[in-house]
Ligand binder design. Sequence first.
Ligand code: ATP
Ligand code: SF4
Ligand code: MG
Length: 372
Amino acid sequence: MSVQPLPSTETLPFVSGDNPILRVEHLSKEFGKRRRRGTSTTVKAVNDVSFDLARGETLGLVGESGCGKTTLSRMLLRLIEPTSGSVEVEGEQVTGLKGNDLRRFRQRAQVVFQDPYASLDPRQRISATVAEPLVNSGKSKAEKKEIVDGLLARMGLLPAHASRFPHQFSGGQRQRIGIARALSVTPDLLLLDEPVSALDVSIQAQVLTLLSDLREEFDLSYILISHDLSVVRHVSDRVMVMYLGRIVEMADKNSLFTAPRHPYTVSLLSAAPVPDPTIERTRQRIVLRGDPPNPANPPSGCAFHRRCFHATTMAAQLPGDQVTTLDDGSRVPTACTTTVPLLTPDSATHWSACHFPMTPEDNAAVGVTAAL
Ligand SMILES: Nc1ncnc2c1ncn2[C@@H]1O[C@H](COP(=O)(O)OP(=O)(O)OP(=O)(O)O)[C@@H](O)[C@H]1O
Ligand code: SF4
Ligand SMILES: [Mg+2]
């Protein structure tokens, strides 16, 4: 078997045709960190990310803590400036917007945060919280009240709740209030950053179902960020998997969950709980070697190569001159240590960034099957 790194491709992973709601090209964000004695380091929190979002679509974004999910979403909303790359919403460049144009854009793209406790002002009544994004809308007091009352009712809250304060609600209710606030300006795009991770499992399902219903009703498109694959599976049409600032796999939901190609995705699937107790008790789990890498000093080539179980399997099948021994004694294909794998299409809707994408047989050999 001879291995050449895959050729670079100019094809970006766009799937939604000529009229996407969102198109992101080569987006990157670097943070500089000062250290003692005047030295500084740079963290590439988001590294050359491209994707698009169709109208009415929910795109899930998963990856472990620190992989860049929130940084990416903050750039999409223009809450922080990208270091390079572009974001277009309905064909309009968001990166160049200023003044009124930026304000107008912010009405169309809203965010629901992870922590419903921290994101609501404890001193503000719910009516004022939900109406907050309408402050420069030119609407009268009566119009705002009508919008707030309508949204609270839609969220399953009572008219009397409008005059209460956040501490008088449960976590699930507070998250519904956060969603009502985001919807008050009738946005097209909603960014949901870990919207249910602070909630009990039973409440999580209710909020996710509500979000699914609202998408249809309000004609919304979602980006749903979560470290939890089962949450993403519940509501997404497509899923992107992020590792150390890069998208390593992107696919329609069924394809990603039944035939994952990137070893990191496979490891996430292997770690996710399975509803069937018999399968859950007996199945193998992949344990990744080592710790997540330091983002300020990422490994060369494929950033996953020091933890990748599949790389060691592949190395065993390659001639010695195509294999490198790492300092922990493990052997991996040299291509994995020298060349960054680019996101490459396996089909029209399935892309992965691995020199040796996993096959269904590879998945079965490590205990990840379509049954999961
Ligand atoms: N303002 C900042 N200054 C410096 N570094 C930052 C800043 N914001 C994020 N980072 C770094 O960028 C990387 C990505 O962080 P980010 O918050 O986007 O990750 P995340 O995937 O949202 O993580 P989590 O799941 O924990 O929310 C991390 O290494 C983080 O330390
Ligand atoms: S390129 Fe190599 S190290 Fe990276 S995920 Fe694929 S097999 Fe693993
Ligand atoms: Mg985050």
